[in-house]
Design a protein around this ligand. Structure first.
Ligand code: SME
Length: 149
C-alpha cells in the first residue's frame, strides 16, 4: 500500500482531532526529511495549531493570516515551498535547525479550512513529489473535516 492509502486506512475509525494527531505522527515517522509536522486550522483571521509531532513544541500556536509562510499559503490558497528559510524574509522562525519548509492548504472548494506545515532540517528538502503527496493528504483531511463537522 502507498503512504496515502495507509494513512487513509489508519484514520478511518477516528474522529477529526484524533485523525489529525495520527496524521502528523504518521507523516513524521514515515518520511525522514519531515522533522516537524503540524496542522493549523483557520479560526477567523488566525491559524490555530491543532496537532503537531516533532522534537519540541513551537511558540507559534496561533499565526495571524498576515504573517509567515503559513499566512502566505492561506492567503494565496496554494502550496508554498521554501528551499532556504534563512533567505526568506517572510519566514517566521520556530526552530534554529530548520532549513526548509512546505505549507499545504487544506481546502473545501475555494475556502481554506487549514493547512499542513512541515519543517525540515535539510535545505531544499521538499520536491514536487512531496507537494503531490501532501496535497493528497490535505484532500483526505479536508474530506474528513467536512464529514465530521
Ligand atoms: N515557519 C512558519 C511558522 C510555523 S513553525 O514552522 C511551526 C511560518 O513561517 O509561517
Amino acid at each position: 500500500m502507498d503512504l496515502l492509502s495507509t494513512l487513509r486506512h489508519e484514520i478511518a475509525g477516528l474522529d477529526f482531532s484524533q485523525a489529525l494527531q495520527k496524521a502528523v505522527s504518521f507523516l513524521r515517522k514515515s518520511v525522514a526529511h519531515y522533522n516537524w509536522v503540524g496542522v493549523y486550522m483557520l479560526e477567523g483571521d488566525e491559524l490555530v495549531l491543532q496537532a503537531w509531532d516533532g522534537p519540541e513544541p513551537t511558540q507559534h500556536g496561533r499565526i495571524p493570516i498576515g504573517q509567515g509562510i503559513c499566512g502566505l499559503a492561506a492567503r494565496e490558497k496554494r502550496t508554498v515551498i521554501v528551499g532556504d528559510v534563512n533567505a526568506d524574509p517572510r519566514y517566521l522562525a520556530c526552530f534554529p535547525y530548520t532549513r526548509s519548509e512546505i505549507v499545504v492548504p487544506i481546502m473545501r472548494g475555494t475556502k481554506v479550512l487549514g493547512e499542513i506545515d512541515i519543517d525540515s532540517d535539510t535545505p531544499y528538502a521538499f520536491t514536487e513529489k512531496d507537494r503531490e503527496f501532501l496535497e493528497g493528504v490535505a484532500t483526505l483531511l479536508g474530506e474528513r473535516y467536512v464529514r465530521d463537522q
